[in-house]
Design a protein around this ligand. Structure first.
Ligand SMILES: Cc1ncc(C[n+]2csc(CCOP(=O)(O)OP(=O)(O)O)c2C)c(N)n1
Length: 315
């Protein structure tokens, strides 16, 4: 069970000190930054953290040796070993704590983009989770390798226009469906998995981050974190895009807490997927006359996954 202290309101959360200091170089309107700030705010006062970070936008923009934008300890890692490194740090901490050499309480949180998490770092993430290290791995999922110029990843949704799946006469964008990583992590049978994004007052993300950090054992959080450059939207639209992701059931809010699947939000009226897609330049081609069938296929995939989730949550 989470070691939740007292009940906190949203205002309490927002009044907590920032643990990602201002002055980093992330883009305006970047979802990754919002995700990191929200997750770190869930740390209880007095607790220290070691932050791990796979290579990516977040790392290059919040860390330039010897400076970091974090008020906590920070380790930059290659994609391939971000999970393994934090597992090692947690193990070393347990030994030092037992020997009385470390007095403070530490929590272990690794951040990675979807390229580093779904693809390149997947083996070390899977291993760290399976070994049940007391750590949280947070994927800020912006749906492509954004730092190197918007290349497709296995998190990129079908038909998205990326630099390695360019839309043109011969191509409608990415051909494959996105990998459902939260479900794959749930199949690791770890204590906690949560999927979230930014909606209304951020309560969903705050609660899940706190649960993930304070649940004993391995936890994984998947946060949809839009990227204005890659998704091609007006920076001011980020909150609306996240809301539409949830209201269309493209990005359902759910958690798997010690094996129990819980749907955190069910839209009163599921919106058509067009409402989510039309806000983003990467899907512009889907709205050309003659491409209606592509949207229908997209919708069918969203429906299929939503039904699967409802089934899992009803068991
Ligand atoms: C093994 C390896 N392959 C490729 C790169 C080059 N590279 C640096 S950042 C980056 C993109 C990272 O994408 P993602 O993990 O999705 O994070 P984002 O940049 O979108 O935040 C790549 C491919 C690298 N550093 N190491």
């Amino acid at each position: 069970m989470p070691e939740t202290k007292n009940k906190m309101t949203f205002k309490d959360y927002m009044n907590k000190p920032e643990r990602l200091a201002p002055g980093h170089r992330m883009c305006a309107g970047c979802g990754g930054t919002i995700a990191v700030r929200a997750v770190l705010r869930a740390l209880h006062e007095g607790d220290q953290a070691v932050i791990g970070n796979a290579t990516g936008c977040l790392e290059v923009s919040s860390f330039m040796y010897p400076y970091t934008a974090y008020t906590d300890s920070y380790i930059h890692n290659a994609f391939e070993n971000a999970g393994a490194t934090m597992g090692g740090v947690e193990t070393a901490y347990n030994i030092l704590k037992r020997k009385g050499k470390v007095k403070d309480n530490y929590k272990f949180i690794t951040f990675g983009g979807d390229g580093g998490t779904y693809d390149i770092g997947f083996q070390s993430l899977s291993g760290a989770m399976e070994r049940n290290h007391d750590m949280v791995y947070v994927c800020y999922d912006n749906g492509a390798y954004m730092n190197t110029g918007i290349q497709r990843s296995s998190a990129t949704p079908m038909y998205a226009d990326t630099t390695t799946t360019p839309v043109g006469k011969e191509s409608d964008g990415k051909l494959q469906n996105r990998k459902d990583l939260a479900t794959i992590l749930a199949a690791h049978d770890i204590p906690y998995v949560g999927q979230s994004t930014f909606i209304s007052n951020f309560n969903d993300l705050h609660k899940k981050a706190e649960k993930a950090i304070y649940t004993k054992g391995a936890a994984f959080l998947n946060v949809m974190a839009p990227c204005p450059r890659g998704w091609r939207y007006d920076t001011a639209d980020i909150m609306e895009i996240c809301k539409l992701g949830v209201e269309t059931c493209y990005w359902p809010l759910f958690e798997v807490d010690h094996g129990q699947w819980i749907l955190n939000y069910e839209p009163k009226k599921k919106l058509p997927i067009e409402d989510f897609l039309i806000k983003q330049g990467r899907f512009k081609h889907l709205f050309k006359p003659g491409n209606e069938h592509l949207i229908e296929e997209f919708q069918a995939e969203v429906d299929r996954r939503w039904e699967d989730l409802l089934y899992n949550c009803s068991r």
